[in-house]
Design a binder for this molecule. Structure first.
Ligand code: 13P
Ligand code: SF4
Length: 339
């Protein structure tokens, strides 16, 4: 059966059966859209049970996916940790390709599927394994810390990986005066401002976060009297204006602690939609940009992915073995921090 052949049917009991979901998600999904989403959500839930699959969704997934079908949600670190410990034989990653590769490297015996193979990332495509080898030759002895937003081949050339949630800890755990930090220049300069370790940076950028400006943030703060939370992939003048800088999961933890009346999230658009369900009393101002790669994942292609077991993500064994060492080093830093 081709993807186009399957169309789930509306049934009158769907609204009643999913009334908790509709109430929880609130205005993040306009009420007119539920008749489109609910038949897909119901069909995916059924197929997921039949397949014994687990669906992991990044914080930037649309709310009907994040709240409607995901079993595990969170930032890149949370998804990597979940993949490393899941018992499920089948993992569907609702996120971008590097996240699915990370899951496959950490869970090599499981089948890892991504609904759209073209869901890439401007950071991951900014650097190759050859670039990393050239940087090592230019800075002999300096360890390489690589953001997870990279290909498996780049991870394989690295000493350790990090995410935006643990970059400072991983850099400091290397025990070196100088570290090559790749590939996000803005995350790198933010990390450099938090540590005495000298960082060699690469000119990679997130195409979503690089478009925010300090002026836009000042305007948002003054016009809406909002607290400002920004992702560390934003340019330095944006981060200087922010009340808090952190990963997508850390943003939720900050809101929980601070309970601001009104907040502007300077990050991908779906973040505010997804957090609004958790914090209905907070008013969200949305000066946000969409990630075109994250938005390639849809309810119909998640269903096709489960139905036809497409698209399995594979990483060559030798690359995976080396990349796993770098990823495990990152997970180990997290375990030591919690100990
Ligand atoms: P985190 O989920 O680690 O905050 O990263 C954001 C991001 O851009 C992932 O693509
Ligand atoms: Fe990559 Fe930026 Fe999209 Fe994240 S938001 S997947 S870093 S392009």
């Amino acid at each position: 059966m081709s993807a186009a052949d399957f169309l789930p049917r509306w049934s009158d009991d769907l609204e009643e059966r999913y009334s908790d979901l509709i109430a929880r998600v609130g205005d993040s999904v306009p009420c007119l859209e539920w008749p489109l989403h609910l038949p897909w959500i119901d069909a995916i839930q059924q197929l997921k049970r039949e397949r014994g699959a687990v669906i992991m969704a990044h914080s930037y997934q649309s709310p009907e996916i994040f709240h409607g079908v995901a079993d595990v949600t969170g930032d890149s670190l949370a998804l990597a940790q979940a993949a490393a410990r899941t018992d499920a034989e089948l993992i569907v990653i609702c996120g971008v390709h590097f996240m699915a590769e990370t899951a496959k490297i950490l869970a090599p015996d499981r089948t890892v599927l991504i609904p759209d193979l073209e869901a890439g990332c401007s950071l991951a495509s900014s650097i190759t394994a050859e670039d990393v080898r050239a940087l090592r030759a230019q800075h002999p002895g300096a360890p390489v810390v690589t953001y997870v937003n990279t290909s498996a081949a780049v991870k394989a050339e690295s000493d350790a990986c990090c995410t935006s949630a643990n970059a400072v800890q991983v850099v400091e755990a290397m025990g070196a005066d100088k570290v090559i930090f790749l590939p996000d220049k803005f995350l790198g300069s933010h990390v450099a401002s938090c540590t005495d370790v000298e960082l060699v940076l690469w000119n990679g950028r997130c195409e979503v976060h690089e478009r925010f400006t300090g002026q836009q943030v000042r305007h948002t703060r003054e016009r809406f009297e909002a607290r400002v939370v920004a992702h560390p992939e934003c340019p330095p003048d944006v981060l200087q204006e922010a009340d808090f800088v952190g990963s997508t999961t850390a943003m939720g933890a900050w809101l929980q602690k601070e309970q601001p009346h009104r907040v502007a999230l300077i990050t991908e658009c779906s973040m505010a939609d997804n957090l609004r369900a958790r914090f209905p009393e907070i008013e969200f101002v949305k000066p946000c940009n969409l990630c075109p790669h994250m938005k390639r994942i849809t309810l119909p292609n998640i269903h096709a992915c489960l139905r036809e077991l497409r698209h399995p993500v594979e990483v060559p064994a030798a690359t995976a073995a080396r990349a796993r060492i770098a990823l495990q080093r990152m997970l180990e830093v997290g375990r030591q921090d919690r100990a």
